[in-house]
Design a protein. Sequence first.
Length: 606
Amino acid sequence: MGNTEAHDFDPAKNGRNRELDLSRKVTYKQFQRHIKREYSEACMLELPWSVRDAVSLYERMDVSFNCLTEVPVELPLRLPHLEYINMSHNQLTSLPESFGLLIHLHTIIVNNNRLTSLPNSFMRLMKLKKLDVSHNALRSLPDDLGKMESLSKLNIQSNKLKTLPASLGVSPVLTVILAKDNPIKWPPSEVCKNGSDAVLDFLRDYSANHKVTDKPLPFRTNVFPRVRGNQSLYSAMEPPRSPLVQYMQAQTDTSNTPSRVKTPLLPPIDASADDAHVLRDKIVAIGDAIGIATENMDVDECRFYYDPVTLSYSDIIRDSHRVSWRPGDWTVDFDQLALVLESLICWAGVADELDFAKSLQEWSSNGFKDLGDRDGFYVCDVISQVVKDDNFLQDPHLVARQLLEASENAETNNDNGAVARCMILGVPQFHKLNEVAENAARICKATHADPRCVASSVMVAVVIALMLQGRHDLTDGSQLEAMISAARDVAISYLTDKAHQKELQRHTTCSDFNIVKEDDRTHEAMKPLAAGLAALRMNTDFRSSITQLVMQGADSNVNACVAGALLGCRVGYSLLPPVWVSGLREKQVAWLNSKTNLFLDMMGLP
């Protein structure tokens, strides 16, 4: 490619032309070759040193149709008077934070590059009126983008955006926003297709109804400490016919290759509509630990002990029930999910009820030795009975079935001790719903043979799997119901009793949390399922939903664990309430993160 030293320009002087034009003039044929990445020898690979080494008075700069891969950090110091900049049709993957020092900019044209994000320093560009970042690879926009004082025209077409910042709805100056050709979920894609006015009307209506203000938004991003053991193979960013994608597909279809051994859960290329980073963000968000605060309380007790506005781990009272846990500890429901996760890692992604039975028996007596536990934990009556049976390790399904038959219609079998642990089984093989369902049923039946418990366990796992597939816009009520209906169709096949089928139907149509307080003969396993689905339907933020559920008391621990998993999978780890993430116990978090990283390695995720 070209020799940048050939492009040498004197700094602009007072009274002289103040436009720096380093663009490459292209014919139609040259344009077609350029967008196919067949670059001309005349393309610059970097800016000339004469521009980078001296302060110039240029007010306009055009470097379009070159092959620049980075913007020098010192650029704002060398060209401090720039008002217009055109860097379109290059190979930029990022812009430096120093870009925010170009305080005179009123126009930025940086379309047709490879940008994946914009620097937060954009908020300093108070004179910026026009921003064109179309045809890039942006996954998100700065939360406060709509609070820029002068931004009136925004082109974000043809990126990888799933949502737009709600702050765009409070901008008094924004008049044009082009948002087509994104995998957009909010606003709904139908709105974005209807043009700029429709998008702005939607955002402004939302802002008015949800009290979005022009005040700066709090920083709410959590970063999962990813430690890679294997090279990530799965990526939605690659062109569908690229050599890497073809290689990945070969790995997926082959069972006896070194990479396949390292990544036994590597999903096929088309397994999810989500980018690999989004997929990872959803997976690591599955779980919850705040529910223990009100378990076994009634509503009045919840209101007496806790303020829903400030509810945190440090507020959890110490009584005869909660004294077994320290603030920030997760409880027995998530412990069992962790046991299943360990088994999946040990057996290369295979859900094995015999291995789980062995781990469950050991844990119920001694806890997790790696975490310093010395005693077992309180578990439900069903689990406490099956793990003591002499035949449990040889045939846990038989032992659970015999217990059910011996106590038919008895209260001892009406519990939900298996539902939460099966949520993790929605992750491996998430693209194969039948396999997800069978794995959840098998692990549930290791202790709970009641078909209502099995169906509930299957359904939460299938809902998780469907969310990971990313093919439903969960902000669209009709698409959310379509997803729930698809999961219910799978779960109901595990019920032969008509009364049980009606029970499942009733619990999977709930739109509020009232059902968790019902004192009836409904099987308890269906209540956390109902709570999780109601949380999805309510379409409120994570903290508000879980707090409202926890303040219902009753079996809040498992209810919040399931609802927290479903909502977490929906919003992703990065948008979980920071105070609830940082408040978890450090030793437990480090231990769980090591397991999660191994699991992500097995899936080939970044």
